[in-house]
Design a protein around this ligand. Structure first.
Ligand code: DC
Length: 227
């Protein structure tokens, strides 16, 4: 079972995807974390976000994904970078490097490989979140959800998440950052953020996390029953 959850930053897709995975026993794959860890590799090598730099940096980028107590951890080589990738600077750089074709080609391939491995385990399934899962990575996903929410609500959520990670930023900075990333993610040439035609839209502006999770779990159950 492959469950694709796409949507813009702060829409609630990661929270929903993580909780749906817990509820169903499927594994959670956060593709944004893979793009972020790749951005960190660019930063550590002090390289600009160009295709030429990507070709130099990417062969050395060894991404690893593991699950500990139900949480996904992301590794860059041997280094667990799960926390280090959650900063506004990395968010901005990620949006830029994720426009580069060599980056997308490498990561899409890795996402397919990892997800198929997870999904092939007995009773297995994977809940993947990102921007292009239902359109590019798994156009044949069993369940596709496109999550949306008003920008102000998304900025409030993102600020709360950052504060939980002890990163202090103003609401205005987060809102501006979200709007800018939306613009970049939607207008880029390769794999822009858009709803797949057969994806179900989930507006989380006025929904609780429980309602969002239930909505997706219901879609998975329908699918399992062959509806
Ligand atoms: O979901 P997130 O905020 O962690 O994503 C970080 C960035 O990575 C975001 O700007 C868009 C990009 N991204 C992407 O281009 N494709 C994906 N499948 C996931 C994330």
């Amino acid at each position: 079972m492959i469950v694709a959850i796409d949507g813009p930053a702060g829409s609630g897709k990661s929270t929903t995807a993580r909780r749906v995975a817990k509820e169903t026993g499927y594994l959670y794959l956060d593709t944004g974390a893979m793009y972020r860890a790749t951005a960190l590799a660019f930063l550590r090598r002090d390289r600009e976000a160009t295709s030429e730099a990507a070709r130099a940096v990417l062969p050395d980028v060894q991404l690893g994904v593991k699950h500990e107590r139900g949480e996904m951890r992301i590794l860059l080589g041997d280094d667990d970078v799960t926390r280090a990738i959650r900063t506004p600077a990395i968010s901005r750089l990620t949006s830029t490097i994720s426009e580069l074709r060599p980056v997308r080609e490498k990561l899409v391939e890795e996402q397919r490989r990892i997800a198929r491995r997870f999904a092939s385990e007995e009773g297995g399934g994977v809940v993947i979140d990102g921007r292009d899962i239902g359109t590019v990575v798994f156009p044949d996903a069993d369940v596709k959800v496109f999550v949306v929410a008003d920008p102000e609500v998304r900025a409030r959520r993102r600020k709360r998440d950052l504060e939980a990670d002890e990163v202090s930023v103003s609401f205005e900075e987060v809102l501006a950052d979200i709007k800018e990333r939306d613009r970049q993610d939607r207008r880029r040439d390769i794999a822009p953020l858009r709803r797949a035609e057969d994806a179900i839209e989930l507006d989380t502006t006025h929904r609780s996390v429980e309602e969002q999770v239930q909505f997706v779990v219901d879609r998975i159950r329908e699918r399992r029953r062959g509806e």
